[in-house]
Design a protein around this ligand. Sequence first.
Ligand SMILES: Nc1ncnc2c1ncn2[C@@H]1O[C@H](COP(=O)(O)OP(=O)(O)OP(=O)(O)O)[C@@H](O)[C@H]1O
Length: 290
Amino acid sequence: MGDGPARPGVDGGAAAPGAVRHAGCAAVTGPLPPGADLRAPSRHLRPAIRAVDLVKVHGRGDAAVRALDGVDLAVPAARFTAIMGPSGSGKSTLLHLLAGLDNATSGQVLLGDTELGACSDAQLTALRRDRIGFVFQAFNLLPQLTAAQNIELPARLAGRRPDRAWRDTLVGLLGIGDRLTHRPTQLSGGQQQRVAVARALLGRPEVVFADEPTGNLDTASGHELLHLLRTSVRELGQTVVMVTHDPVAASFADEVVLLRDGRVAGSVPDPRPDSVLSALSALSGARAGI
Ligand SMILES: Nc1ncnc2c1ncn2[C@@H]1O[C@H](COP(=O)(O)OP(=O)(O)OP(=O)(O)O)[C@@H](O)[C@H]1O
């Protein structure tokens, strides 16, 4: 491996099962301290998150579906990675496993040195709260809380005092400083999603997972949101993993990882909408045996 950041599905992605050294769930360390530099070199020495020979079978018996069939993937830190593939290729399943929202049938997910499969439910809950950020298609804001309260909710649930200086930096970056006392129903969809992004970034998570984050937004708001996610990567050193069906959305990423039939089928570095479309067409052609 060179000195640059690891690449998805390439550096570290081909590790043999069992070859990955890790510290079990003991490495659950909580969020970075206030003022910590997300771009510190030590954060970039290894992938932010890895999947090793990851298999997920949904259901049992005749109804069993092998949604992931041996995924090897290394997501580099401080990069914006998009996951794409045909419907049913396993994108959502992979995102859920990487984010500790579901258990693997076999294989490993490593967040830093923490193997998620070694974590108890309580440890996974703490890990999701402290080390991972989420941005969903449905903004998932609590309607009775103001924007500011929604942004600070995860920190408060964890019993931590929110880092107000960092919150103000994020709020300024996201352009929602004059909306903090509004409730979600008083905000546009784009503003609600920006509140959700601020909430996801406030805890300085090691990885932000975004699942079709522009799905409920108009084109302009969607592009703004994608710019903001990209800015969080470029300027704050955030690691972002996004599932999307949209080649334009994917073109905001540094790299697109392609899934087909539950396996990594390739990647598109420095994606543009046309290169992503070609890669997707080639995938569908290969699938149809063309
Ligand atoms: N809870 C479940 N029970 C049974 N099968 C499931 C379950 N969740 C997903 N699957 C199946 O697993 C496969 C992968 O599904 P998944 O949702 O991960 O794909 P996807 O690429 O995200 O699809 P889409 O683009 O349509 O959202 C599909 O065949 C799907 O029907």
